[in-house]
Design a protein around this ligand. Sequence first.
Ligand SMILES: [Zn+2]
Length: 577
Amino acid sequence: MIFISALALGACARTPHQPAEVRAPVARSTEPPAKHPPVVVALVVDQLPMWMAVERWKTLPATGGFRKLLVEANAIAELHHGHAFNATAPGHAALFTGGPAHTSGVTANGKLDARGTYESFLADPTAHIVNATGASDRTSSSIASLKAATIADSLKHARPGATVISLSMKDRGAIFGGGRTSDATLWFDSTSDAFVTSTAFAASVPAWAAPIATPGAAAKYRTEAWVPLDPKWLAANTDLPAPDLGQGDFHGLGKKFPHDIAKAAKPAKAFVATPFADKMLLDAAILAVDHVAKQSEPALIAVSLSSTDYVGHMFGPDAPEAWDQMLRLDAELARFFAHLDEKLGKDGYSVVLSADHGVPSTPEVMNQGFCGRPDADKYERRCEHAVRMRGSELAKVAEDAVDRAVGSGEWVLGYVEPFVVFRPATRALPKDKLDAAVAAVAQSIGALPTVARAVDVRANPATCPPAKDESLDALVCRSIHGGTGGDVFVVPKPGCFVDAEYVEGDGVNHGTPYLFDRAVPIIVRAPVDASVQLQETMPSLEDRAIVDQRAYAATIAALFGIEPPEAAIGGADLSKR
Ligand SMILES: [Zn+2]
């Protein structure tokens, strides 16, 4: 914590507080400043690749949230994440700090405990779940594993009276947006069937959040079956009923429409993979907006929308479910933006929307849709005979390799994306034997037809190439942080991935360095002067300027008129036209 505080202070100490330098876009406004202090809504759509935004947003209705955001935007760009393992925790840490995994220390979504059992990367045995009835005995998550300052930390430092609220269906979606001293960091807990926080952040949930943090609060979002919102629109864009696209059956939710959550084996768990979870999350965000509207200080409201990710994982991004998810999210965002207009005024808030990572099509789609083409498309999608790998198989290959190299034993604790993890006794081997073990694992896994590269974590340089270097070497370097996470870093070939095991053997996963996983949109909408007529046509997303992940926190800092966190310094400022 001392190290972290020094980082945060260091970032601020370099440049003393400056007056707000960011105004509404010059082309639009000569009006006095906004009546409310800056309110920035930092949206993250979990699993929103640039390829999907380019191909699908143009099909969305004129009344939707994405169109409103694009029409009102002062900047639309393509954001390239700077690390090779593109997943939720590293991606959110990158957006909110500006730093890739090498800098943030957040190298993975999960880690293995001493017995090799998977747990959240953010799991903290000293932290406990807190819902509206108080703290429970169940352990929870904290921000202790983050090694860099966040934009929320910068805001709290520069404007101590500011309000910071962060919301997501996932702990790893909420925690980085809230930073170290948020007013509320809340995520969904299926056991409580409600939003919760952790004792690492607060002893209780704030009163304004009671409607979504009272145990059982999510039940009212599951009263209807999930069916297509607009069957005609869906039929125009997809094949209904869909052929076998690799869809999985998540907790009894079923592979095809209709999805009756009430009939699922575990409704509170299946809930997250439906658009109704985003509806609950945006209801929570509306409560947050109403709360900050009463304050007279700046506010950051971070909202990470998780349903798109879960739906993509279970059904694949080409399934009718994924299309319907986007249409329903679009409608929910329209409702949310209308509430912002009403409560804060069009000139009273900003929105910065981006994504933590993208996604490829399922192997079933990739192997048909992209075979026969001579080259990859601009998002590196191509036929590579995509295959789902299993983490347990990678662990077995690694164990056998070490057995051959240094003798029979129990050497490998397991595989947790993106790492092969050695047991402590393996790491304690004499240097020559450890070197031989690592080399054997890298050689055996690297030789698999599904693997592009297997890298010795210990050999990673202390300093990685700058953000403009998007070579595989640079991306891999920026995915590794000391010995955090594991021992051998595994890069799949394009289209191949390690099964997320939400539904074993079905669905899809991300987590690779290719542009289908690494390139996402970033849309910035600074306060809008209501008297200015905006162009009504939907701007194209094609061929947009490319920025790196620092742009997200750097732009939010500029909207507040404060210094960005240290890892975001030098990032593109998209707050002006
Ligand atoms: Zn995901």
